[in-house]
Design a binder for this molecule. Structure first.
Ligand SMILES: [Zn+2]
Length: 156
């Protein structure tokens, strides 16, 4: 193992996915496949299991970047963040729900909710997102059962 050298800044950053809404996967996401949706928002899961008990994403339905959320959407965001976080806790035995927004990969607004399992102290903190990629994926049946709990909590 050798440490990777820090590269110089590039002239221009690579474009994010779906710039300007062109060929945007989030815009094309079928709303009926969401765990929950309303007129302006939807909650989805990842396409396949990952290492943490549950990872879901809150998206705007319209193609909006975080910085461009209109005032009405911005006002809805706070209560929705709490609602999605509570729904992820419904999975059970969750120590914390990490709420993350990076926006480096896709322009379309999306926010991550990552369930950190309770009492697994190595996963405490900001590295939980990295552990999500490193840990073996959840068994499919457990992953689906956890998502169903989230879906029921969001739709209750
Ligand atoms: Zn989009």
């Amino acid at each position: 193992m050798t440490p990777r050298a820090l590269e110089h800044p590039v002239e221009q950053e690579p474009p994010r996915h779906g710039v300007g809404g062109v060929a945007c996967r989030s815009c094309a996401f079928p709303v009926e496949d969401a765990l929950w949706h309303d007129e302006h928002w939807l909650v989805t899961s990842l396409r396949e299991p990952s290492g943490l008990p549950c990872v879901v994403l809150l998206h705007t339905r319209a193609h909006l970047d975080f910085a461009d959320l209109p005032e009405e959407r911005a006002r809805e965001l706070g209560p929705l963040m709490l609602r999605v976080q509570q729904a992820v806790y419904a999975v059970g035995d969750i120590g914390n729900v990490h709420v993350c927004r990076w926006g480096d990969g896709s322009e379309h607004f999306h926010m991550w909710f990552m369930a950190r399992p309770a009492r697994v102290t190595q996963l405490i903190g900001s590295f939980a997102a990295i552990w999500d990629d490193i840990l073996p994926p959840l068994p499919d049946e457990l992953w689906r059962a956890n998502l169903e709990r989230v879906r029921q909590a969001l739709n209750a």
